[in-house]
Write a protein that binds this ligand. Sequence first.
Ligand code: FHN
Length: 450
Amino acid sequence: MKRFFSMILVLLGLYYSVIAQEVSRKEVEKINWFKEARFGMFVHWGLYSILGGTYNGRTMPDTALANGKSWYAEWIQQRLEIPNNEYQALVEKFNPSRFNADEWIKEAKNAGMKYFVITAKHHDGFALWDSNVSNYDIAATPLRGRDILGELVDACKKYGLKYGFYYSHWQDWEHPNGAIPYWKPARKSRDFEKYWKEKSLPQVQELIERYDPDLLWFDTWDEEAKELITPARRDELIHLVRKLSSKCLINGRIAMHDPGNEIDFLEMMDNAYPKQLLDKPWQTPATMNHTWAWHSKDFNWKSSGQMLRYLVSNASKGGNYLLNIGPKPDGTLPLPAIRRLREMGAWMLTHGEAVYATQPLRDVPTNKGVVLTHKRIEGGQIIYAHILDELPDNTLKLAIAKDKIQNCQLVETGEMRNVKSDGNKGVTISLPEKDPYDNAIRVLKLYVKE
Ligand code: FHN
Protein backbone atom coordinates (compact mmCIF):
# COMPACT_ATOMS: atom_id res chain seq x y z
CA MET A 1 0.00 0.00 0.00
CA LYS A 2 2.80 2.37 1.03
CA ARG A 3 4.60 1.61 -2.26
CA PHE A 4 1.43 2.26 -4.18
CA PHE A 5 1.05 5.74 -2.62
CA SER A 6 4.68 6.66 -3.23
CA MET A 7 4.24 5.62 -6.89
CA ILE A 8 1.20 7.89 -7.15
CA LEU A 9 3.17 10.76 -5.61
CA VAL A 10 6.06 10.28 -8.05
CA LEU A 11 3.64 10.19 -10.98
CA LEU A 12 1.87 13.32 -9.78
CA GLY A 13 5.23 15.07 -9.38
CA LEU A 14 6.18 14.12 -12.91
CA TYR A 15 2.83 15.26 -14.27
CA TYR A 16 3.12 18.69 -12.63
CA SER A 17 6.70 19.18 -13.73
CA VAL A 18 5.69 18.41 -17.36
CA ILE A 19 2.81 20.91 -17.05
CA ALA A 20 5.16 23.52 -15.53
CA GLN A 21 7.66 23.01 -18.35
CA GLU A 22 4.90 23.34 -20.92
CA VAL A 23 3.67 26.59 -19.32
CA SER A 24 7.14 28.08 -19.24
CA ARG A 25 7.79 26.97 -22.85
CA LYS A 26 4.62 28.80 -23.91
CA GLU A 27 5.72 31.88 -21.94
CA VAL A 28 9.03 31.85 -23.79
CA GLU A 29 7.35 31.45 -27.18
CA LYS A 30 4.88 34.21 -26.46
CA ILE A 31 7.67 36.77 -26.06
CA ASN A 32 9.80 35.48 -28.96
CA TRP A 33 8.42 37.78 -31.66
CA PHE A 34 9.11 40.76 -29.40
CA LYS A 35 12.70 39.71 -28.76
CA GLU A 36 13.35 39.37 -32.48
CA ALA A 37 11.45 42.47 -33.64
CA ARG A 38 13.82 45.22 -32.47
CA PHE A 39 11.91 48.05 -34.18
CA GLY A 40 8.31 49.20 -33.71
CA MET A 41 6.06 52.19 -34.37
CA PHE A 42 4.41 54.11 -31.55
CA VAL A 43 1.58 56.55 -32.30
CA HIS A 44 0.16 59.28 -30.06
CA TRP A 45 -3.09 60.44 -31.58
CA GLY A 46 -6.23 61.85 -30.01
CA LEU A 47 -8.15 65.05 -29.28
CA TYR A 48 -4.93 66.85 -28.31
CA SER A 49 -3.69 66.38 -31.89
CA ILE A 50 -6.29 68.93 -33.01
CA LEU A 51 -4.51 71.65 -31.00
CA GLY A 52 -0.98 70.77 -32.09
CA GLY A 53 0.60 72.32 -28.98
CA THR A 54 -1.18 75.71 -29.16
CA TYR A 55 -4.38 76.91 -27.47
CA ASN A 56 -5.83 80.41 -27.29
CA GLY A 57 -2.57 81.99 -28.42
CA ARG A 58 -0.42 80.06 -25.95
CA THR A 59 2.12 77.54 -27.25
CA MET A 60 3.82 74.78 -25.33
CA PRO A 61 6.17 75.04 -23.56
CA ASP A 62 4.75 78.13 -21.85
CA THR A 63 6.92 79.05 -18.89
CA ALA A 64 4.56 81.87 -17.90
CA LEU A 65 2.27 79.19 -16.52
CA ALA A 66 3.21 77.44 -13.29
CA ASN A 67 3.33 73.97 -14.90
CA GLY A 68 3.58 75.00 -18.52
CA LYS A 69 7.15 73.88 -19.15
CA SER A 70 6.73 70.85 -21.39
CA TRP A 71 6.85 70.03 -25.08
CA TYR A 72 4.52 67.05 -24.68
CA ALA A 73 1.55 68.20 -26.76
CA GLU A 74 -0.68 65.39 -25.47
CA TRP A 75 -0.45 67.13 -22.07
CA ILE A 76 -1.86 70.39 -23.41
CA GLN A 77 -5.06 70.22 -21.36
CA GLN A 78 -3.09 70.29 -18.10
CA ARG A 79 -0.06 72.30 -19.11
CA LEU A 80 -2.01 75.16 -20.67
CA GLU A 81 -4.77 74.94 -18.04
CA ILE A 82 -7.64 74.31 -20.46
CA PRO A 83 -10.91 73.91 -18.56
CA ASN A 84 -12.49 70.44 -18.88
CA ASN A 85 -15.57 71.64 -20.78
CA GLU A 86 -13.47 73.53 -23.33
CA TYR A 87 -11.08 70.64 -23.86
CA GLN A 88 -13.79 68.00 -24.02
CA ALA A 89 -15.69 70.06 -26.62
CA LEU A 90 -12.89 69.05 -29.00
CA VAL A 91 -14.81 65.84 -29.65
CA GLU A 92 -16.92 67.88 -32.10
CA LYS A 93 -13.78 68.71 -34.06
CA PHE A 94 -12.10 65.32 -34.28
CA ASN A 95 -12.60 64.67 -37.97
CA PRO A 96 -9.45 63.21 -39.56
CA SER A 97 -10.84 63.03 -43.09
CA ARG A 98 -7.51 61.87 -44.59
CA PHE A 99 -6.89 59.04 -42.14
CA ASN A 100 -5.94 55.87 -43.97
CA ALA A 101 -4.87 52.93 -41.80
CA ASP A 102 -3.29 51.17 -44.75
CA GLU A 103 -0.98 54.12 -45.47
CA TRP A 104 0.21 54.35 -41.86
CA ILE A 105 0.96 50.68 -41.53
CA LYS A 106 2.58 50.54 -44.97
CA GLU A 107 4.97 53.27 -43.82
CA ALA A 108 5.73 51.28 -40.68
CA LYS A 109 6.29 48.13 -42.70
CA ASN A 110 8.58 49.87 -45.19
CA ALA A 111 10.54 51.43 -42.35
CA GLY A 112 11.35 47.90 -41.20
CA MET A 113 9.11 48.07 -38.16
CA LYS A 114 7.67 44.80 -36.90
CA TYR A 115 4.97 46.05 -34.54
CA PHE A 116 2.64 48.94 -34.00
CA VAL A 117 1.30 50.53 -30.79
CA ILE A 118 -1.30 53.31 -30.68
CA THR A 119 -2.79 55.36 -27.86
CA ALA A 120 -6.23 53.76 -27.50
CA LYS A 121 -6.68 56.06 -24.52
CA HIS A 122 -4.17 58.64 -23.29
CA HIS A 123 -4.28 60.58 -20.01
CA ASP A 124 -7.07 62.87 -21.22
CA GLY A 125 -9.41 59.88 -20.94
CA PHE A 126 -10.71 59.96 -24.53
CA ALA A 127 -11.19 56.51 -26.10
CA LEU A 128 -10.24 56.10 -29.73
CA TRP A 129 -12.78 53.28 -30.09
CA ASP A 130 -16.53 53.08 -29.57
CA SER A 131 -16.49 52.14 -25.89
CA ASN A 132 -19.48 50.74 -24.01
CA VAL A 133 -17.91 51.97 -20.82
CA SER A 134 -17.69 55.71 -21.57
CA ASN A 135 -19.29 58.21 -23.92
CA TYR A 136 -16.08 60.17 -24.15
CA ASP A 137 -15.01 58.28 -27.21
CA ILE A 138 -14.82 58.19 -31.00
CA ALA A 139 -18.60 57.71 -31.23
CA ALA A 140 -19.03 61.28 -29.94
CA THR A 141 -16.99 62.71 -32.84
CA PRO A 142 -17.89 63.34 -36.48
CA LEU A 143 -16.10 60.05 -37.14
CA ARG A 144 -18.85 58.04 -35.40
CA GLY A 145 -19.44 54.77 -37.17
CA ARG A 146 -15.76 54.35 -38.13
CA ASP A 147 -13.67 51.81 -36.24
CA ILE A 148 -10.22 53.37 -36.40
CA LEU A 149 -8.58 50.78 -34.18
CA GLY A 150 -10.23 47.97 -36.14
CA GLU A 151 -8.95 49.44 -39.42
CA LEU A 152 -5.43 49.65 -38.01
CA VAL A 153 -5.60 46.10 -36.69
CA ASP A 154 -6.70 44.86 -40.12
CA ALA A 155 -3.86 46.73 -41.79
CA CYS A 156 -1.37 45.27 -39.30
CA LYS A 157 -2.63 41.80 -40.11
CA LYS A 158 -2.40 42.53 -43.82
CA TYR A 159 1.23 43.69 -43.57
CA GLY A 160 2.27 41.14 -40.96
CA LEU A 161 2.88 43.49 -38.04
CA LYS A 162 2.07 42.68 -34.43
CA TYR A 163 -0.10 45.32 -32.79
CA GLY A 164 -0.86 46.70 -29.38
CA PHE A 165 -2.54 49.50 -27.51
CA TYR A 166 -1.30 52.17 -25.16
CA TYR A 167 -3.85 52.46 -22.35
CA SER A 168 -3.49 55.08 -19.62
CA HIS A 169 -4.69 52.97 -16.71
CA TRP A 170 -3.64 55.39 -13.99
CA GLN A 171 -3.98 59.00 -15.21
CA ASP A 172 -7.47 59.83 -16.48
CA TRP A 173 -8.45 63.48 -16.53
CA GLU A 174 -12.02 62.95 -17.65
CA HIS A 175 -13.26 60.48 -15.06
CA PRO A 176 -13.84 62.36 -11.78
CA ASN A 177 -11.85 59.71 -9.90
CA GLY A 178 -8.98 59.04 -12.29
CA ALA A 179 -5.43 60.08 -11.37
CA ILE A 180 -4.46 63.68 -12.12
CA PRO A 181 -1.10 65.48 -12.33
CA TYR A 182 1.04 65.78 -9.23
CA TRP A 183 0.48 69.52 -8.92
CA LYS A 184 -3.25 68.98 -8.33
CA PRO A 185 -4.70 67.67 -5.02
CA ALA A 186 -4.06 63.90 -5.01
CA ARG A 187 -6.90 61.37 -5.27
CA LYS A 188 -7.49 59.11 -2.28
CA SER A 189 -7.07 55.43 -3.00
CA ARG A 190 -10.73 54.69 -2.26
CA ASP A 191 -11.89 57.38 -4.73
CA PHE A 192 -9.54 56.04 -7.36
CA GLU A 193 -11.02 52.59 -6.86
CA LYS A 194 -14.27 53.84 -8.40
CA TYR A 195 -12.48 54.88 -11.59
CA TRP A 196 -10.45 51.68 -11.54
CA LYS A 197 -13.52 49.48 -11.43
CA GLU A 198 -15.81 51.63 -13.58
CA LYS A 199 -13.50 52.61 -16.40
CA SER A 200 -9.93 51.36 -16.30
CA LEU A 201 -10.46 47.60 -15.91
CA PRO A 202 -13.61 47.41 -18.11
CA GLN A 203 -11.96 49.34 -20.94
CA VAL A 204 -8.91 47.10 -20.88
CA GLN A 205 -11.26 44.13 -21.05
CA GLU A 206 -13.08 45.73 -23.98
CA LEU A 207 -9.84 46.32 -25.88
CA ILE A 208 -8.76 42.72 -25.48
CA GLU A 209 -12.14 41.22 -26.31
CA ARG A 210 -12.68 43.43 -29.31
CA TYR A 211 -9.23 43.59 -30.87
CA ASP A 212 -7.15 40.73 -29.40
CA PRO A 213 -3.92 42.77 -29.09
CA ASP A 214 -0.41 41.31 -29.02
CA LEU A 215 0.62 43.77 -26.33
CA LEU A 216 -0.69 46.35 -23.91
CA TRP A 217 1.37 49.40 -23.14
CA PHE A 218 0.47 50.76 -19.71
CA ASP A 219 1.92 54.02 -18.46
CA THR A 220 3.29 55.13 -15.12
CA TRP A 221 6.64 56.71 -14.31
CA ASP A 222 8.89 57.33 -11.33
CA GLU A 223 7.34 56.99 -7.90
CA GLU A 224 4.37 59.22 -8.68
CA ALA A 225 1.96 56.34 -9.27
CA LYS A 226 2.96 54.45 -6.14
CA GLU A 227 0.00 55.49 -4.00
CA LEU A 228 -2.67 54.46 -6.50
CA ILE A 229 -1.05 51.70 -8.55
CA THR A 230 -0.39 49.43 -5.61
CA PRO A 231 0.98 45.88 -6.08
CA ALA A 232 -2.60 44.63 -5.54
CA ARG A 233 -3.99 46.80 -8.36
CA ARG A 234 -1.04 46.01 -10.61
CA ASP A 235 -1.66 42.30 -10.12
CA GLU A 236 -5.40 42.65 -10.56
CA LEU A 237 -4.82 44.23 -13.95
CA ILE A 238 -2.22 41.63 -14.92
CA HIS A 239 -4.59 38.82 -13.94
CA LEU A 240 -7.36 40.35 -16.00
CA VAL A 241 -5.15 40.48 -19.08
CA ARG A 242 -3.88 36.92 -18.51
CA LYS A 243 -7.41 35.63 -18.03
CA LEU A 244 -8.59 37.14 -21.31
CA SER A 245 -5.57 36.53 -23.52
CA SER A 246 -2.87 33.91 -23.71
CA LYS A 247 -0.71 35.98 -26.07
CA CYS A 248 -0.95 39.60 -24.89
CA LEU A 249 2.35 40.98 -23.57
CA ILE A 250 2.42 43.51 -20.72
CA ASN A 251 5.03 46.23 -20.30
CA GLY A 252 6.81 47.21 -17.11
CA ARG A 253 5.33 50.68 -16.98
CA ILE A 254 2.18 49.08 -15.58
CA ALA A 255 3.99 49.95 -12.34
CA MET A 256 7.34 51.53 -13.14
CA HIS A 257 8.11 51.91 -9.42
CA ASP A 258 7.55 48.17 -8.79
CA PRO A 259 6.80 46.12 -11.92
CA GLY A 260 6.99 42.76 -10.08
CA ASN A 261 7.86 39.48 -11.81
CA GLU A 262 4.78 38.91 -13.93
CA ILE A 263 5.31 41.53 -16.63
CA ASP A 264 6.72 40.47 -19.99
CA PHE A 265 9.18 43.22 -20.80
CA LEU A 266 10.72 46.31 -19.28
CA GLU A 267 9.93 49.75 -20.61
CA MET A 268 12.65 52.37 -20.27
CA MET A 269 11.79 55.96 -19.45
CA ASP A 270 11.15 58.24 -22.44
CA ASN A 271 14.20 58.41 -24.73
CA ALA A 272 16.28 56.53 -22.15
CA TYR A 273 19.04 54.15 -23.19
CA PRO A 274 20.49 51.74 -20.63
CA LYS A 275 24.25 51.29 -20.61
CA GLN A 276 24.23 47.66 -19.50
CA LEU A 277 22.51 44.44 -20.54
CA LEU A 278 19.24 43.75 -18.72
CA ASP A 279 17.78 40.49 -17.46
CA LYS A 280 14.38 40.84 -19.11
CA PRO A 281 13.46 41.80 -22.69
CA TRP A 282 13.16 45.58 -22.90
CA GLN A 283 12.56 48.57 -25.14
CA THR A 284 13.04 52.32 -25.31
CA PRO A 285 10.02 54.42 -26.23
CA ALA A 286 11.49 57.27 -28.25
CA THR A 287 10.39 60.49 -29.91
CA MET A 288 11.48 61.89 -33.28
CA ASN A 289 11.35 65.42 -31.89
CA HIS A 290 10.51 66.59 -28.33
CA THR A 291 6.78 65.86 -28.32
CA TRP A 292 4.83 62.60 -28.64
CA ALA A 293 1.60 63.98 -30.10
CA TRP A 294 1.52 66.37 -33.06
CA HIS A 295 3.03 69.77 -32.17
CA SER A 296 3.10 72.15 -35.09
CA LYS A 297 5.97 74.22 -33.62
CA ASP A 298 8.27 71.49 -32.43
CA PHE A 299 11.02 71.67 -35.05
CA ASN A 300 13.54 69.66 -33.02
CA TRP A 301 13.68 66.68 -35.36
CA LYS A 302 16.41 64.12 -34.83
CA SER A 303 18.15 62.84 -37.94
CA SER A 304 17.47 59.35 -39.21
CA GLY A 305 21.20 58.65 -38.74
CA GLN A 306 20.96 59.50 -35.06
CA MET A 307 17.84 57.39 -34.59
CA LEU A 308 19.38 54.42 -36.37
CA ARG A 309 22.30 54.67 -33.98
CA TYR A 310 19.88 54.42 -31.04
CA LEU A 311 18.15 51.47 -32.66
CA VAL A 312 21.36 49.59 -33.34
CA SER A 313 22.84 50.38 -29.92
CA ASN A 314 19.69 49.03 -28.28
CA ALA A 315 19.88 45.88 -30.41
CA SER A 316 23.48 45.41 -29.26
CA LYS A 317 22.16 45.34 -25.68
CA GLY A 318 19.20 43.08 -26.43
CA GLY A 319 16.62 45.89 -26.53
CA ASN A 320 13.98 47.23 -28.92
CA TYR A 321 13.36 50.74 -30.21
CA LEU A 322 9.74 51.88 -30.25
CA LEU A 323 9.80 55.04 -32.32
CA ASN A 324 6.92 57.47 -32.02
CA ILE A 325 4.99 59.49 -34.62
CA GLY A 326 2.42 62.18 -33.79
CA PRO A 327 -0.07 62.17 -36.71
CA LYS A 328 -1.76 65.42 -37.69
CA PRO A 329 -5.42 66.16 -36.98
CA ASP A 330 -6.37 65.39 -40.58
CA GLY A 331 -5.03 61.87 -40.09
CA THR A 332 -1.84 62.22 -42.17
CA LEU A 333 1.66 61.57 -40.87
CA PRO A 334 3.93 64.65 -40.71
CA LEU A 335 6.24 64.80 -43.75
CA PRO A 336 9.44 65.13 -41.68
CA ALA A 337 8.42 61.91 -39.92
CA ILE A 338 7.78 60.15 -43.22
CA ARG A 339 11.16 61.19 -44.59
CA ARG A 340 12.90 59.81 -41.52
CA LEU A 341 10.91 56.59 -41.63
CA ARG A 342 11.84 56.05 -45.25
CA GLU A 343 15.51 56.81 -44.66
CA MET A 344 15.60 54.38 -41.77
CA GLY A 345 13.70 51.85 -43.85
CA ALA A 346 16.26 52.11 -46.65
CA TRP A 347 19.04 51.29 -44.20
CA MET A 348 17.05 48.49 -42.61
CA LEU A 349 16.37 47.04 -46.05
CA THR A 350 20.05 46.46 -46.60
CA HIS A 351 21.14 45.85 -43.00
CA GLY A 352 18.13 44.19 -41.34
CA GLU A 353 19.93 40.86 -40.99
CA ALA A 354 22.38 42.55 -38.59
CA VAL A 355 19.54 43.78 -36.37
CA TYR A 356 16.50 41.46 -36.32
CA ALA A 357 16.69 38.34 -34.20
CA THR A 358 20.27 39.08 -33.17
CA GLN A 359 21.74 38.82 -29.70
CA PRO A 360 24.12 41.06 -27.79
CA LEU A 361 27.71 39.88 -27.87
CA ARG A 362 29.46 40.04 -24.53
CA ASP A 363 33.15 40.26 -23.82
CA VAL A 364 34.58 40.91 -27.30
CA PRO A 365 36.56 44.15 -27.05
CA THR A 366 36.45 46.37 -30.13
CA ASN A 367 36.82 50.07 -30.97
CA LYS A 368 34.92 52.81 -29.18
CA GLY A 369 31.92 53.73 -31.31
CA VAL A 370 31.45 50.18 -32.58
CA VAL A 371 28.63 47.95 -31.33
CA LEU A 372 28.29 44.21 -31.90
CA THR A 373 25.41 41.84 -32.48
CA HIS A 374 25.57 38.17 -33.34
CA LYS A 375 23.63 35.10 -34.43
CA ARG A 376 24.40 31.48 -33.72
CA ILE A 377 24.72 29.23 -36.74
CA GLU A 378 25.73 25.60 -37.06
CA GLY A 379 29.36 25.24 -36.09
CA GLY A 380 29.81 28.84 -35.05
CA GLN A 381 28.33 32.28 -35.26
CA ILE A 382 27.95 35.36 -37.41
CA ILE A 383 29.22 38.52 -35.79
CA TYR A 384 28.05 41.93 -36.99
CA ALA A 385 30.22 44.96 -36.22
CA HIS A 386 28.18 48.17 -36.56
CA ILE A 387 30.51 51.08 -37.08
CA LEU A 388 28.75 54.08 -35.57
CA ASP A 389 31.68 56.53 -35.49
CA GLU A 390 34.68 57.15 -37.71
CA LEU A 391 37.46 54.67 -36.93
CA PRO A 392 41.11 55.68 -36.44
CA ASP A 393 42.89 54.78 -39.73
CA ASN A 394 39.52 53.54 -40.98
CA THR A 395 40.40 50.23 -39.34
CA LEU A 396 38.32 48.01 -37.08
CA LYS A 397 39.92 46.12 -34.20
CA LEU A 398 38.27 43.01 -32.86
CA ALA A 399 39.49 40.68 -30.11
CA ILE A 400 38.86 37.41 -31.96
CA ALA A 401 41.58 34.94 -32.97
CA LYS A 402 42.30 35.18 -36.70
CA ASP A 403 42.19 31.43 -37.32
CA LYS A 404 38.57 31.36 -36.17
CA ILE A 405 37.41 33.88 -38.76
CA GLN A 406 36.37 32.26 -42.02
CA ASN A 407 35.65 35.46 -43.89
CA CYS A 408 34.57 39.05 -43.51
CA GLN A 409 32.44 41.24 -45.76
CA LEU A 410 30.43 44.44 -45.77
CA VAL A 411 26.78 43.62 -45.16
CA GLU A 412 25.32 46.02 -47.71
CA THR A 413 27.46 45.25 -50.74
CA GLY A 414 28.98 41.90 -49.94
CA GLU A 415 32.49 43.32 -50.57
CA MET A 416 35.04 41.01 -48.93
CA ARG A 417 37.60 42.54 -46.56
CA ASN A 418 40.99 41.24 -45.49
CA VAL A 419 41.38 40.11 -41.92
CA LYS A 420 44.85 40.61 -40.43
CA SER A 421 46.18 39.34 -37.15
CA ASP A 422 47.07 42.24 -34.85
CA GLY A 423 49.90 40.22 -33.31
CA ASN A 424 48.03 39.71 -30.04
CA LYS A 425 44.81 37.78 -29.68
CA GLY A 426 42.81 39.79 -32.14
CA VAL A 427 42.46 41.08 -35.68
CA THR A 428 42.31 44.30 -37.65
CA ILE A 429 40.11 44.88 -40.68
CA SER A 430 40.49 47.96 -42.83
CA LEU A 431 37.41 49.46 -44.42
CA PRO A 432 37.06 50.99 -47.88
CA GLU A 433 37.48 54.77 -48.10
CA LYS A 434 34.33 56.47 -46.88
CA ASP A 435 32.23 58.72 -49.12
CA PRO A 436 32.32 62.02 -47.17
CA TYR A 437 28.66 62.72 -47.98
CA ASP A 438 27.43 59.38 -46.68
CA ASN A 439 27.00 59.00 -42.92
CA ALA A 440 25.19 55.67 -43.03
CA ILE A 441 26.30 53.08 -40.48
CA ARG A 442 28.55 50.51 -42.14
CA VAL A 443 28.34 46.96 -40.88
CA LEU A 444 30.94 44.21 -41.20
CA LYS A 445 29.82 40.62 -41.10
CA LEU A 446 32.20 37.92 -39.91
CA TYR A 447 31.73 34.16 -40.08
CA VAL A 448 33.38 32.81 -36.97
CA LYS A 449 34.02 29.13 -36.21
CA GLU A 450 33.35 27.61 -32.79
O1 FHN B 1 2.94 61.24 -19.86
C1 FHN B 1 3.24 60.29 -20.84
C2 FHN B 1 3.61 60.94 -22.15
O2 FHN B 1 2.59 61.76 -22.57
C3 FHN B 1 3.89 59.86 -23.19
O3 FHN B 1 2.75 59.09 -23.42
C4 FHN B 1 5.00 58.99 -22.69
C5 FHN B 1 5.40 57.86 -23.60
O4 FHN B 1 6.40 57.12 -23.03
N1 FHN B 1 4.64 58.39 -21.40
C6 FHN B 1 4.32 59.36 -20.34
C7 FHN B 1 5.55 60.01 -19.83
O5 FHN B 1 6.57 59.10 -19.60
